[in-house]
Design a protein around this ligand. Structure first.
Ligand code: ADP
Length: 487
């Protein structure tokens, strides 16, 4: 029963059906042409007979016709029909022989009585008899019939044999079709067997690429690359879960420790207040971890709720510099900036802050002490966008990581052990896209990275601010020349 639903069975059925249809069409055309030719030959023969009958009728009347019919019947040894019928349809005379049983067609008889000659084919015991109704005078007509000639019998046998051969060919084609379909689908079944054997524990398994069939190899390659992505994603999720657990454990352990110490002994109200303050700080840390996970999944689903307002990118960048200056200083890095004045866009201030904070945080994280981080903001040359650049002279991103860094949970190969969730850049991209902009990256290992964020300007502010916007000479692209651009 399962075989009836299989692709092999359907393919076989389809091929056999198409083959049978083609054969039936060719046979039908052949048979039609053959029958037309045969009818023409026999009709010519019958017409010769009709000529003799008319001549005999003109010379000796009905008696002459009878003689002609008898002579013909004896020549054909009884395999001939000659019948004279009067205007009322009564048989006046008919020859003896096997064809005597051929019925008189009322329709053709009427036509012949009224002077119209007609032909028809009648099947008798598997033979096709051709008859002609030819009018004489006063409604009297003669019906003559001829059995199939040797030639015709051969043709009929030939078409019967052809039909049998066709049927045998259809049966053979079904058998061969089953074998071929099963054979050609064998690798597909093998793939299905292998893929069903792949579980969460065996994600490293891959399909063999045999090189025997381009389509199946393509399928195997696509399947393998899908497995590659699933494998990376699952590994990423495992790492993120571990990182998340780690990120959550530190503040939770801190909160527990603080509570334990505070409970052991009497404390002044100021000490209690201090403890509560420290607990709040750690809770904020917990909240920010939870929020980054939730934010990223909202951004990924395109459901990020934005609080639209006019935002000054100039002020936002100053805020970022103030926030990260001490952090960069702690890490031994120099945080410099080049920010044009009066850069206004329509957007969500908090979310845009998150974008720059994530990029600068990454720059700090992935740049060794002594490195430089630059925050640059200006209007694009067309004046329609605001361009923000966060560039660093840090580790750089390996070429193989570059196409994936905006994927959820993706973390660079080399720095997987460090803190992070792999959710920062996907969130950055989600927020920027929600603002109608785009993020691009250029990076080179050992030289550094440059993240470029482009967002449309707030049209209302363009005209009045163009005059006040000062152009900066400090174009980071001149400081950071990197090879690749990815978006
Ligand atoms: P993470 O939490 O790991 O920082 P992100 O999504 O912010 O996650 O970044 C994804 C990956 O991109 C990082 O793991 C790192 O490999 C790479 N990356 C991002 N920013 C930088 C940078 N400034 N320098 C080098 N690598 C970076």
């Amino acid at each position: 029963m399962r075989y009836l639903h299989s692709l092999a069975f359907r393919l076989t059925l389809l091929y056999a059906g198409i083959f049978a249809l083609c054969f039936a069409a060719v046979f039908g055309i052949f048979y039609f042409m053959m029958e037309t030719d045969l009818n023409r030959w026999v009709d010519e023969e019958l017409r010769e007979g009709v000529k003799d009958i008319r001549r005999a009728y003109e010379i000796s009347g009905i008696e002459g016709v009878r003689r002609i019919l008898d002579r013909e019947a004896s020549v054909e040894e009884g395999r001939f029909l000659g019948r004279i019928v009067d205007g009322d349809g009564a048989v006046m005379y008919e020859t003896e022989g096997a064809l005597k049983d051929i019925p008189l067609s009322l329709e053709l008889a009427n036509a012949a009585s009224s002077g119209v000659e007609k032909n028809e084919s009648i099947w008798m015991e598997g033979d096709r008899i051709r008859t002609i109704y030819t009018p004489l005078e006063n409604g009297i007509f003669v019906q003559i019939g001829l059995p199939p000639s040797e030639h015709e019998i051969w043709m009929q046998d030939f078409s019967r044999d052809l039909l049998k051969v066709g049927l045998i060919a259809v049966i053979i084609s079904v058998g061969v079709g089953v074998l071929l379909a099963r054979r050609s689908l064998l690798p597909v079944r093998e793939m299905a067997r292998m893929s069903s054997g792949i579980s969460a524990l065996s994600l490293g398994k891959r399909m063999p690429v045999s090189g025997q069939s381009a389509e199946l190899d393509q399928l195997a390659v696509s399947f393998n690359s899908m497995m590659e992505r699933i494998d990376t994603l699952v590994k990423g999720i495992r790492e993120v879960t571990e990182n998340l657990a780690h990120d959550l454990r530190t503040p939770i352990a801190g909160i527990r420790g603080l509570a334990e110490i505070t409970l052991n002994g009497n404390r002044t109200s100021d000490e209690y207040k201090l403890t509560l303050y420290q607990i709040m700080e750690r809770m904020d840390c917990l909240l920010s971890v939870c929020n980054s996970v939730l934010d990223e999944s909202e951004a990924d689903a395109g459901a990020l709720a934005l609080n639209w307002e006019t935002v000054s990118i100039t002020e936002l960048c100053s805020g970022i510099i103030q926030t990260f200056e001490p952090v960069a200083a702690d890490a031994g890095q120099k945080l410099s900036s080049s920010i044009s004045s009066g850069l206004m866009i329509k957007g969500d201030r908090g979310r845009l802050f998150q974008v720059l904070a994530n990029l600068v945080d990454n720059a700090v994280k992935y740049t060794p002490a002594g490195g430089t981080i630059l925050l640059y903001a200006d209007r694009s040359t067309s004046g329609n966008e605001v361009v923000m650049i966060v560039a660093d002279t840090g580790a750089g991103i390996p070429e193989k990581d570059l196409p994936h860094i905006f994927e959820r949970y993706y973390r660079g190969e080399k720095i997987r052990c460090g803190s992070g969730t792999g959710l920062g850049l996907p969130l950055v991209q989600g927020i920027v896209k929600a603002h109608g902009g785009q993020v691009m990256v250029r990076s080179e290992v050992g030289k550094g990275s440059m993240f470029l964020v482009v967002v449309p300007v707030d049209e209302e502010h363009v005209s009045c601010e163009l005059s006040s916007a000062s152009q900066t000479d400090d174009d980071p692209q001149t400081h950071f020349e990197f090879a690749e651009t990815h978006s």
